[in-house]
Design a protein around this ligand. Structure first.
Ligand code: FAD
Ligand code: NAD
Length: 397
């Protein structure tokens, strides 16, 4: 048999971890491994709320993929995947190039879920890539600059739609950034309004109520106004319309109302729920022994509560580790694959500088302890992906 071709689509947490695991174990010429990614860098999606608000330089939230890969073992292709042709066993890039595979790993991450809400796609920003967060940061600065001359209140009214973890982490950063911007542009802080609008009866639905109250208290003191049980019904060039009919004028709407799997998966004909494929225990797309899905495109069920696990980097990284090992076994002719079993360490969410909340095991943590834990978690992900050299380059102190 000729050397098997492993094609990995997407260099995020799941795809890159799969590649790293393969390069550690495969000998030369055991497999032809190719990683394709839209950019020549990997970005730390879990940090993106910071550059979006402007509290961190976007440059610090990314790393060149070739500095992590051993390019003697893994070929890197910078390209945007436009289509997967299952019958022909190829992926097509927008350049027209076609890449063939024996084993395909799909790690293309997620897209914003807009639930068909009118105007969101056209008028709202979302936190999803280095380029998208640069745009948000620059737009916020532009609004401050423009307010100086025009004094229109909507320029300094910021709406964040959805108070899940992304929304909460972003308003935490934004409320830290506001005093800096007010000082820079000589603007009285009382002109600035930050609304975090949530459809469910509570922020962070499903999370521990004590931690939710702590988060609301900290963020409230930093100037965030929460509107709960208030779905956004429409987004317009002027702001948002809520389900109760209220209109809030705003020049900046950031949509953090949820995610769905990358549409390339759905367009390839896989059966999906919110763009995610319910994978088998070995991360196969059902009925396809040659196609694996990692990260936000893979739906796995938490049997204890019979509900899907939320899509997280924690799970994406663990899936990459598991799949890397299984692919090594496959190319060596093994038939015994290890099932993927998530090992959840907990959830910690930042609320801005030196403030966070978290559940680690069943222990609740708050404030500076939780903020320190968040840095440890972020640095640990760096270590898993790129070892000590990546930690040294990008460490969060
Ligand atoms: P990603 O890491 O998003 O990577 C997808 C990759 O695919 C990217 O490199 C992208 O450029 C590439 N790509 C996309 N489309 C194409 C294409 N057409 N062609 C080529 N390449 C393409 N999870 C946690 O566990 N802990 C946290 O603290 C946490 N914090 C978060 C904070 C924020 C602000 C956000 C937005 C999410 C956070 N998450 C967190 C969730 C976590 O980031 C995702 O679950 C995780 O990134 C999913 O990993 P992935 O490999 O599926 O996709
Ligand atoms: P999410 O789905 O977790 O939260 C979206 C929120 O938006 C929900 O609370 C939902 O009720 C609300 N919403 C939906 N429609 C709405 C509407 N019309 N109007 C107002 N609110 C509306 O999405 P997310 O926060 O982007 O998180 C995505 C994934 O990333 C999750 O799995 C999350 O756990 C993970 N994440 C984890 C962390 C962390 O661990 N620190 C941080 C960020 C994201």
């Amino acid at each position: 048999m000729s050397t098997p071709k492993i094609l990995i689509l997407g260099g995020g947490y799941g795809g890159l971890m799969t590649a790293v695991r393969l390069q550690k174990q495969l000998n030369h010429n055991e497999a032809e491994v190719t990683l394709v990614n839209k950019h020549d860098y990997h970005y730390f999606t879990t940090w993106l709320h910071e550059p979006a608000a402007g509290t961190k330089d976007p440059e610090k939230c990314r790393v060149d993929i070739e500095s992590i890969l051993d390019t003697n073992k893994i070929k890197f292709v910078k390209g945007t995947v436009s289509e997967i042709k299952r019958e022909q066993k190829t992926a097509v890039l927008d350049s027209g190039e076609q890449l063939a595979y024996d084993y395909l790993v799909i790690g293309l991450g997620s897209e914003p879920e807009t639930f068909g809400i009118q105007g969101l796609k056209e008028h709202a920003y979302s936190i999803r890539s280095i380029n998208s967060v640069r745009e948000i940061r620059e737009h916020i600065e532009y609004c401050f600059a423009k307010f100086k001359n025009e004094r229109r209140p909507e320029l300094l009214t910021f709406i964040v739609g959805g108070a899940g973890f992304t929304g909460i982490e972003f308003v935490g950063e934004l409320s830290d950034r506001v005093p800096e911007l007010c000082a820079e542009f000589d603007i009285e802080p009382s002109n600035v309004k930050i609304y975090n609008i949530e459809a469910a009866p509570t922020v962070l639905p499903g999370f521990d109520p004590d931690l939710v109250n702590y988060a609301m208290d900290v963020l409230g003191r930093k100037g965030v106004t929460f509107k709960i049980s208030t779905p956004i019904k429409e987004c317009t060039p002027e702001g948002v319309v809520l389900a109760d009919g209220e209109e809030i004028k705003s020049s900046t709407v950031v949509w953090t109302g949820g995610v769905r799997g990358n549409s390339i998966i759905e367009n390839a004909g896989f059966e999906t729920m919110r763009g995610r494929v319910k994978v088998d225990p070995y991360l196969h797309a059902p009925g396809h022994d040659d196609v694996f899905i990692v990260g936000d495109g893979a739906l796995i069920i938490n049997e204890e509560i019979n509900r899907p696990y939320p899509p997280t980097a924690q799970i994406a990284i663990q899936q990459g580790e598991n799949l890397g090992d299984n692919l090594v076994a496959l190319v060596r002719g093994g038939s015994e694959l290890k099932p993927f079993v998530p090992s959840l360490k907990g959830t910690v969410a930042s609320l801005g500088k030196n403030e966070a909340i978290g559940l680690v095991g069943d222990k609740k943590i708050y404030g500076s302890t939780a903020a320190l834990m968040k840095k440890i978690i972020d640095n640990r992900s760096l270590f898993l992906l790129g070892g000590l050299p990546l930690v040294m380059k990008k460490v969060k102190l």
